[in-house]
Design a protein around this ligand. Structure first.
Ligand code: SF4
Length: 438
């Protein structure tokens, strides 16, 4: 049996982008498809190819496969459906999975031979066995994945299947899945029903020891939800002498031991979703544990532990008016956030944010390819769509001016090369987006 597992691009990462031309993805290697590769039952003796279009140009006319699995995000859904149609016309069986498939199963099923909803540790091997027996079902649900994930027999992703030198952080690993919170704009609660699952720490340590390099990125959406587990994992990682990167919510701020263990275990960077500098906007999203008045303190504590921070911000919430762009710029410069990621508020289908805007008749269209954080797809409350779009790109440009980079990076001198390169990357990325996003 020949299987191709495919991660398609979104419009924000077209094939002509510098990242693909240089054959270098800007960040992390994807793990979902390499995990699916590892889950293929051995008795099928299958030949598996994994393709990440972000670093590899593809021509599907050249594909020879019995079954193609496509991971679908909202922004690549129309493209994934078009690919699926072409492949199915050639007699190739197409299976769709991923976040968009999970949140919009009725839509996805119209565009595939079968769909996989949610995590697939149990359902994917079963699907392949059914396929080989000529008994493929239409829908595979996520029953049983948690027992595998939380057990010691969870396979490591098949990392040999990707071109690892094309990623800045090729070694990705999962320690936890899900999140207890229900932020209104986030797809994670819908994907995982607001559950939080943890792998055994000894299994994680074993997997890290098998990795080819000493730089590791955790891909967990909210790994600090259980802070005692997080600290136990960091204690166990100290002897490994690795450098690691991860998400962390602002909830860590009251636990000084967390910062100390993070420093000792080799944490070099965290990604934190600040979302907004407007507390009312934060409260509206149900992310009330984010306290704007303590953002600066969090950054200082991380810098004291020699940890860099990538802060993410969303523009266009209902409380945002014309002042939000200048105010956000001033804020990120003053609290010295090392690396910045801005996004236009995007109501992903299946989220409470989407349902609210739909009820208020404020969804402008359902062109999913534009649900990518760079397009305005709803009517903002205090801005026009053009004002939001232009303000967003202008903020991105100004926040990555040499003046802003200097202001943000001065005062803390750990990992200076890494922080400078990351800012340079985002500066280039913003220019590309501005020129290519219609
Ligand atoms: S935004 Fe973060 S904290 Fe909120 S639900 Fe999503 S993963 Fe959890």
């Amino acid at each position: 049996m020949k299987i191709i597992l495919f991660l398609p691009n979104t419009t924000s990462h077209k094939n002509d982008s510098i990242w693909v031309k240089k054959k270098r993805r800007m960040g992390y290697a994807p793990t979902s498809l390499t995990l699916l590769s590892a889950l293929v039952p051995k008795q099928l003796n299958a030949e598996v190819r994994v393709i990440d279009e972000a670093v590899e140009s593809v021509d599907i006319d050249d594909w020879s496969a019995d079954l193609v699995g496509i991971s679908v995000l909202t922004a690549n859904a129309p493209y994934a459906y078009a690919l699926s149609k072409k492949l199915r016309k050639r007699g190739i069986t197409v299976v769709l999975g991923g976040v968009h498939t999970t949140l919009m199963p009725e839509e996805a099923i119209q565009n595939a031979d079968a769909i996989v909803i949610g995590y697939a540790e149990k359902s994917w091997p079963q699907l392949l066995l059914d396929f080989s027996n000529g008994r493929l079902k239409k829908v595979y649900r996520p029953e049983g994945w948690k027992e595998v994930f939380q057990g010691r027999a969870m396979p490591a992703p098949d990392r040999s299947k990707l071109h690892w030198n094309q990623y800045i952080l090729p070694n990705r690993i999962e320690a936890t899945r899900g999140c207890y919170n229900k932020c209104s704009f986030c797809v994670i609660p819908g994907f995982n029903q607001a559950h939080f699952s943890k792998r055994p720490i000894d299994a994680i340590i074993k997997e890290i020891k098998q990795m080819p390099s000493k730089r590791v990125a955790f891909l967990d959406s909210s790994p600090t939800e259980d802070i005692e587990y997080s600290k136990a994992l960091m204690k166990a990682m100290i002897p490994l002498k690795i450098k690691w990167y991860s998400c962390a919510t602002t909830k860590i701020i009251n636990d000084d031991e967390w910062f100390e263990l993070a420093r000792k275990s080799g944490c070099r960077g965290v990604l934190t979703g600040f979302e907004s500098i407007n507390q009312q906007a934060i409260n509206d999203t149900r992310k009330r544990f984010n306290k704007v008045e303590r953002y600066g303190e969090l950054v200082r504590k991380l810098h004291d532990a020699k940890i860099s921070i990538l802060g993410t911000f969303i523009l266009g919430f209902d409380h945002d008016d014309h002042d939000v762009f200048d105010a956000t710029l001033e804020f990120v410069n003053s609290v010295k956030i090392d690396i910045l990621h801005f996004a236009i508020a995007t109501p992903f289908p299946g989220t409470p944010f989407y349902n609210k805007l739909l009820n208020e008749n404020r969804i402008l269209h359902q062109e999913w390819e534009k649900y990518d954080g760079h397009h305005v797809v709803f009517q903002p409350n205090k801005l026009s769509p053009e004002e939001l779009r232009n303000g967003f790109f202008e903020l991105h440009r100004r926040a990555h001016s040499y003046r802003s980079i200097y202001k943000r990076l001065s005062g803390a001198y750990h990992s200076l090369g890494f922080r400078l390169i990351a800012n340079w990357g985002f500066r280039l990325y913003g220019k590309y987006q501005m020129n290519h996003i219609a």
